[in-house]
Design a protein around this ligand. Structure first.
Ligand SMILES: C[S@@+](CC[C@H](N)C(=O)[O-])C[C@H]1O[C@@H](n2cnc3c(N)ncnc32)[C@H](O)[C@@H]1O
Length: 384
């Protein structure tokens, strides 16, 4: 399948070979085997070499995939309405996790300025130095008058009140692979044969993974993922939040659908120049690797760490509930040049055939108990 993908340049291949060697050395140091989560962590985030940490284009037409904020400013504008409500109930602070190119921060701040509801502080926590630089360049150029409100964090703050957002962040965190076969559970990890990465199953030693594997029932010959990193991030956020809410937007489902008997090969996906495939060993460092989000695990983790569940719905309902179509009324339908692209963007963001239903939005909070506007219609919490 990967043989039909666009050919990378010689320079890109050299970069990928350098990262592959670094991963192989890591595998050798660990005695010939690493969990897949370690492979994914290095492929995406190895300092200066990983897909997110090195200079790959990543987002947009010239990159590998398109996210909602890259597709349309209306996404950030609608989200900003939800953030106003959360800030009014808590504190005038926003923290964005994994801000990508900075486009979502830009759209949100512009909309909050229009609505006269700017936060005192907009903090960004970004693990990639390359992306942090891109975010800084974009916001310095487009929002010089607001830049004093924006700060970049090196770690989660000890305490936080306000609104937290993360668009397509949970899916980018490393996952462990679990394989059920012959009545036993295995952890699927990565070894090396010659110069190639190979899959290698072994009996699990990781206590969390053993507990997880025993907690669900799946048929034999069944492969799936579990994201302890996503759970860990949500747990830390809930422990550190005093008052406020966090909104995560991502592709995924509740546990029943995630670990459905028919989804026997999991949800791991790779994106290379707008081609999706399932081989994470293809050109490490040049392609994105992701897994869908188990939103049941996210909600349960929040509750176990002092947070509470505030809502779960589809991206389409969340955006409609936050009035995304109102932005069309700013433009006359007769002005086809201005109106048609906006209508097409809303269609992409909300149509069930595009991003509208696969993408979900979950809200978790601390100290807030009233329903949030984005979740008033289209409740999907029964699917968790
Ligand atoms: C798929 S991109 C999404 C970017 C952006 N939110 C968007 O929607 O275009 C994932 C982002 O999460 C960042 N990231 C990954 N792990 C992170 C972590 N533990 N904390 C904060 N950011 C993280 C990546 O560097 C990248 O910016």
């Amino acid at each position: 399948m990967t043989s039909s993908l666009p050919q990378p340049s010689a320079q890109a291949i050299a970069h990928s070979n350098q990262l592959s060697e670094a991963i192989q050395q890591d595998i050798a140091r660990q005695g010939g085997w690493i969990p897949f989560s370690r492979f994914m962590e290095l492929a995406l985030y190895a300092p200066a070499l990983g897909y997110y940490t090195a200079g790959a284009r990543k987002f947009g037409e010239a990159g590998d995939f398109i996210t909602a904020p890259e597709l349309s400013s209306l996404f950030g504008r609608a989200l900003a309405r939800q953030l106003i409500e959360i800030m009014q109930l808590s504190a005038p602070h926003i923290m964005e996790l994994g801000a990508g190119s900075g486009k979502l921060a830009l759209d949100i701040l512009l909309e909050l300025e229009r609505q006269n509801n700017l936060p005192e502080r907009y903090s960004i926590l970004e693990v990639s130095a390359d992306l942090r630089q891109r975010q800084q360049a974009l916001l310095h150029e487009k929002l010089p008058h607001l830049i004093s409100r924006v700060q970049w964090l090196d770690a989660l703050p000890e305490k936080f009140s306000g609104a937290v957002i993360g668009n397509e962040v949970l899916d980018a965190l490393p996952v462990h692979l679990v394989y059920w076969a012959t009545g036993q559970v295995f952890e699927r990890g990565v070894g090396v044969e010659g110069e190639r990465f190979i899959w290698h199953n072994r009996l699990p030693e990781n206590a969390d993974l053993i507990e997880f594997a025993q907690s669900i029932e799946v048929p034999d010959d069944y492969l799936s993922e579990v994201s302890f990193a996503a759970r860990g991030l949500v747990a830390s956020l809930c422990e550190r939040m005093d008052l406020g809410a966090m909104i995560f937007i991502d592709y995924g489902f509740g546990a029943r659908e995630y670990y459905h008997p028919q989804r026997s090969r999991g949800t791991l996906m790779c994106h290379y120049r707008h081609h999706a495939h399932d081989d994470p060993f293809y050109l490490p460092g040049l392609q994105d690797i992701t897994a869908h989000v188990d939103f049941t695990a996210i909600a349960e983790t929040a509750i176990d760490h002092g947070g509470h569940f505030l809502g779960y719905t589809s991206q389409a309902h969340f955006l409609f509930n936050n009035g995304i179509t109102d932005f069309l009324t700013d433009v006359s339908p007769e002005d086809v040049k201005a109106y048609a692209p906006l209508a097409a963007q809303i269609q992409k963001l909300t149509s069930p055939a595009e991003m509208g239903e696969l993408f979900k939005v979950i809200a978790l909070g601390k100290g807030l108990d009233q329903p949030l506007a984005g979740f008033l219609r289209g409740d999907l919490s029964r699917t968790l």
